[in-house]
Design a protein. Structure first.
Length: 258
């Protein structure tokens, strides 16, 4: 996500004090902006269609039409990420069947709200990256090709390998060495990942777990695992695990590239 990108949030709850609480807590998050507040379901549907929020904090029980009915009436192409907010835990199974990304049970603490927002932030970055990869693969490749050509110099005895950054797919730690995978070549460098990372383009390379660095121009797709980690597929067929510790940095770099 670029520095000036802010996630657009819609607050939907028939109780003004509940909306006030959400407004107060969300105002502390510098990368979110509230684009609307609604006190009933029909108004929420109109707001989603007109304002196109990225995320909707949605009450379940409201007069006339509940939160689940709202989702039935919003077209798939306009559907924001959903965080259900309710005082009743019995709706949780149905909420996740409706693909909600979080379930915020009232009353909640500031800490719980912050955890929810962090999860929402990660999921929005994932959605943005997936949309960019689907709509603009050629544009992303062209953007990558315009970057200043840079190279990694790796000494192997009396020989020095010159490896263009764009050729490097990923790098893995291997005992006291680092194995550089560069479009079919595998070159051992007597360097640590930490040392190599300092010489790589920070706008293209990122660590995905303690033993691997990837070049984001070679990322093909990413999908969540039950453990909370992510599975990363690279263009050469390599699959890597993205740890939760490094997920946010990877998603930020991927979305920044778009």
């Amino acid at each position: 996500m670029s520095a000036d990108r802010r996630w657009r949030a819609l607050l939907v709850d028939d109780e003004p004090p509940a909306r006030q609480t959400l407004r107060l807590l969300l105002s502390r998050e510098r990368d979110f902006e509230i684009v609307g507040e609604c006190g009933h379901a029909a108004e929420a549907i109109d707001a989603v269609l007109s304002d196109r929020p990225d995320v909707m904090f949605l009450d379940v029980r409201m007069p006339g039409m509940d939160g689940f009915e709202v989702l039935k009436r919003v077209p798939a192409e306009a559907m924001p990420a959903i965080v259900f907010v309710t005082a009743y835990d019995k709706y949780a199974p149905q909420a996740f069947e409706q693909h909600a990304i979080e379930y915020l049970l009232k009353p909640f603490t500031d800490e719980r709200f912050a955890d929810v927002v962090e999860h929402v932030r990660d999921r929005l970055r994932e959605r943005r990256f997936a949309a960019l990869a689907e709509r603009m693969p050629a544009a992303l490749a062209e953007s990558a090709s315009r970057r200043e050509a840079r190279a990694l110099l790796v000494r192997d005895g009396t020989r020095t390998h010159v490896i263009p950054h764009d050729d490097i797919v990923w790098i893995e730690a291997e005992d006291y060495y680092a194995a550089i995978h560069a479009q079919g070549r595998r070159i051992l460098a007597r360097e640590s990942l930490r040392t190599l990372a300092k010489t790589l383009d920070p706008g293209g390379f990122v660590r995905v777990h303690r033993s691997a660095i990837v070049n984001t121009r070679w990322v093909k797709s990413m999908e969540p695992l039950a453990s909370g980690d992510q599975r990363l597929l690279l263009s050469d067929g390599t699959t890597l695990r993205v740890s939760r510790t490094h997920r946010a940095a990877l998603l930020k770099l991927l979305t920044d590239r778009g």
